[in-house]
Write a protein that binds this ligand. Structure first.
Ligand code: PHE
Length: 322
């Protein structure tokens, strides 16, 4: 029986054959139990001889069984954690930068190349910084032009990034040369052309002898780097309370298959002396230029997008294209 048991043991390679071994030898109806049944029938003399051998065999076979069981279970565990490197990988979906963020990054890097640093201000702004210090007289209809979201009578959601000019000039002595990107808010009717929220990049350069020609040169250099050297652009005279003289810059926009037209991309001008006075800079000593551009329009022109709302929709079919 011992020989038979050992030869069975050598055939056990997995948990299934181990179970077969247990059934055959160690179970209630197995060979060993059978021996004990037979043992009862023997005479006392014979019992004395066989008993010891039988007990030893039982203990021996049980310990072999336990040992095998432990070994095979460990093996099984190991094989289950095996990594099959030949399986095709699972592709993990990762996000990407929104088109507006990409555009802002690109604009920042162009202006960094032109010697501008980057400065940011808050989206909730005081009426003073957003309007008054920028030379919008109180009760002037120009305030209505900007369709403001008021928070109370002192604070509002900024309608442009120009108040960041005020913050910067109040904190720092010239020379100042910085761009100021961020979100702005206007209570306008939502359409393909306008949304209640959009982004601007403000620019400011204040020093002893800054000229309008430098302003033009900087903006032309920017527009060519951003849209390509063959971009068609023009300057038009305009009005802003905080710049004098003021201008707007347009670029030619021709969506595929549609009629082309001029698209306004930015406002600009020489910083009004009243603004400099408001921040404690002497307009006899310093001059400055400023500009502010709408980011959505710029991006729409570049990528041929004709509805601004798609930029705020979070539609993956759109987002995945960039
Ligand atoms: N803040 C103006 C606007 O929102 C743009 C501008 C900025 C114009 C700086 C001139 C100088 O339309």
């Amino acid at each position: 029986a011992r020989k038979e048991f050992d030869s069975h043991v050598s055939n056990v390679h997995d948990l299934k054959s181990l179970e077969e071994l247990r059934l055959k030898f160690l179970s209630r109806k197995g060979i060993i139990q059978n021996f004990f049944e037979e043992f009862k029938k023997l005479s006392t003399d014979e019992k004395r001889k066989v008993g010891k051998i039988l007990n030893e065999f039982k203990i021996y076979s049980q310990s072999v069984f336990e040992e095998l069981k432990e070994k095979l279970e460990a093996q099984k565990k190991k094989s289950e954690s095996f990594v099959d490197i030949t399986l095709p990988g699972r592709v993990r979906q990762i996000g990407s930068k929104h088109l507006i963020t990409q555009t802002l990054d690109e604009i920042k890097s162009i202006f960094k190349g032109l010697g501008f640093s980057v400065y940011e201000g808050p989206e909730v702004e005081s009426d003073y910084n957003n309007f008054e210090a920028l030379n919008f007289p109180e009760d002037h209809p120009a305030r209505d032009m900007q369709d403001t979201f008021f928070i109370n009578d002192k604070f509002l959601l900024r309608t442009h990034t120009s108040p960041v000019q005020i913050r910067l000039m109040s904190q720092k002595k010239p020379p100042i040369r910085a761009i100021m990107p961020g979100k702005v808010f206007r209570n306008e009717a939502i359409s393909a052309k306008s949304y209640c929220l959009f982004h601007q990049v403000e620019g400011l350069y204040v020093d002893k002898d800054v000229t309008f020609a430098e302003l033009k040169g900087t903006l032309v250099s920017f527009i060519k780097q951003y849209f390509g050297h063959d971009v068609k652009y023009r300057f038009r005279t305009s009005f802003f309370p905080f710049t004098e003289p003021s201008a707007e810059m347009d670029v030619w926009w021709q969506p595929k298959g549609k009629e082309g037209r001029w698209l306004e991309v930015l406002g600009c001008g020489m910083v009004d002396p009243n603004v400099l006075k408001n921040v404690g800079i002497d307009p006899e000593e310093y001059v400055g230029y400023a500009f502010g551009m709408g980011i959505e329009r710029t991006a729409m022109r570049k990528y041929g997008i004709d509805d601004i709302r798609i930029l705020f929709d979070s539609d993956l079919r759109f987002l995945n294209q960039f």
